[in-house]
Unconditional design. Structure first.
Length: 134
């Protein structure tokens, strides 16, 4: 066989663009959802580490995901970064956490609509809801 060009350089470009395809985007979403489902709210270091991991994944999507969603992923990453620093023994911190859905509703809706329309994938919005309805 004949090798044309630098395969490593091509691989780096592909890695940077990997989240732009629906299947890769869905895999990243499912990975972050699985991480979120293992959060132990009684273990503060575990909780903070989970929020840090989620923020890291969202920052990755903000740089490599679909351009239509990058601002939403960046905004959500900022929120998760803030949650990673909260003192959850303080009731005021818990109130701040409870405002997440309100603060980030537009971003969550934009992401859900994109997944539904572009990827034909439904993101559950709550544990009791079977899926997102645009």
């Amino acid at each position: 066989g004949v090798t044309v060009g630098g395969g490593v350089a091509g691989a780096k470009v592909e890695t940077k663009r990997s989240a732009s395809t629906c299947s890769d985007l869905i895999k990243k979403y499912q990975k972050s959802s699985k991480t979120a489902s293992t959060i132990d709210p009684t273990n503060l270091p575990s909780l903070q580490a989970s929020y840090k991991a989620a923020a890291k994944e969202l920052r990755s999507l903000a740089s490599s995901g679909p351009s239509a969603l990058r601002a939403s992923f960046r905004h959500l990453a900022t929120g998760y970064d803030q949650f990673a620093k909260l003192d959850f023994s303080n009731p005021a911190s818990l109130a701040q956490l409870s405002q997440f859905a309100t603060t980030y509703a537009a971003d969550l809706q934009r992401i859900g609509q994109y997944f539904a329309k572009q990827c034909k994938f439904t993101i559950p919005t709550t544990p009791t809801t079977s899926g997102f309805t645009p």
